[in-house]
Unconditional design. Structure first.
Length: 309
């Protein structure tokens, strides 16, 4: 049974968008980041790009948002190379990795690295799970957030402004995940944790009670507010008290209303391992050449031809 769900959002800094709304598409996001780089302001787009599951999630989200999929509904038919969705997804990844002012360590980027890049003032945008909202508030309470100057860059001088707040106003904000098509919401790969009672449990009744306690309304609310992980109970999102305590509820619910899922295949773990081995390093991606290579890796996975890329 699900303990919590999850969806990624676009996190951005209002000080770097003082007169504008957050970008709605990847094209717009890259254009804005390029403009910030030209002004010598923070311009990094923090993503999960190292060779691990986070890279698979990024690719799968872009692919699904462009109308594509890795495999068909049967879990074995390779669909990754149908149409141009995979090419478009790879093109976005390549552009992010090579954008002016990009993170020089992007090939090693994971969720924690993306979070720290934003908290430390080096990133302008971040795609990440909602745990970062609780995380930045915890860091702020400890006094460890660096100050930022008038241009938004981190500084050793005391300014009273941080990525979280500028002039006493909330500065670290959430927006829906960038889409591939204007006017069409992104299909964000969902996450989350499940819990179960093992059939070998010596105390299945007690284990079931514990599981039910972990999943009840109070526990899901506490986990969301304290750790940022979204609840699975739809009614919580309509609770005014929950909305006040979890300000990103609206963006989270929107992301959960049009999700993508990881490829539904018995060979998924092999698919993920083989694809991420070919997607990395993203700084060297060649979208044209990569599409047939990736499709071949999926074919190998569903045909049980081994884990060697």
């Amino acid at each position: 049974a699900p303990l919590n769900t999850n969806t990624q959002l676009l996190w951005y800094r209002q000080d770097l968008r003082p007169a504008g709304a957050p970008p709605q598409t990847w094209d717009e996001l890259l254009r804005i980041a390029g403009g910030l780089a030209a002004q010598h302001r923070p311009s990094r787009i923090a993503v999960q790009a190292k060779q691990y599951e986070g890279l698979m999630v990024w690719f799968n989200t872009l692919l699904a948002s462009a109308g594509g999929s890795v495999v068909g509904p049967d879990g074995v038919t390779v669909t990754l190379d149908r149409g141009n969705a995979a090419y478009r997804a790879l093109e976005v990844m390549s552009r992010v990795a090579r954008a002016p002012g990009h993170d020089p360590s992007i090939d090693q980027g994971d969720e924690a690295a993306a979070r720290f890049a934003m908290e430390n003032g080096h990133a302008a945008f971040e795609v990440n799970w909602p745990f970062v909202y609780a995380g930045i508030h915890d860091i702020a309470k400890s006094g460890a957030l660096p100050d930022i100057d008038a241009a938004g860059n981190p500084t050793g001088r005391r300014t009273g402004n941080t990525v979280l707040t500028v002039n006493g106003e909330q500065n670290f904000l959430a927006a829906p995940y960038p889409s591939m098509e204007p006017g069409q919401p992104a299909k964000v790969t969902i996450g989350g944790f499940n819990v179960a009672v093992a059939k070998t449990s010596r105390h299945p009744e007690l284990a079931f009670e514990a599981m039910a306690c972990l999943r009840d309304r109070a526990s899901q609310r506490a986990n969301a507010v304290g750790s940022g992980v979204p609840p699975t109970l739809a009614t919580l999102y309509d609770d005014p008290e929950f909305q006040a305590a979890y300000p990103v509820w609206r963006q989270v619910r929107q992301g959960l209303e049009s999700p993508a899922v990881r490829p539904a295949s018995p060979a998924y773990q092999t698919i993920s391992t083989l694809l991420t081995a070919k997607l990395a390093p993203v700084t060297k991606l060649d979208p044209d050449a990569a599409v047939p290579v990736l499709a071949e890796q999926v074919r190998k996975a569903v045909n049980s031809e081994g884990l060697v890329p």
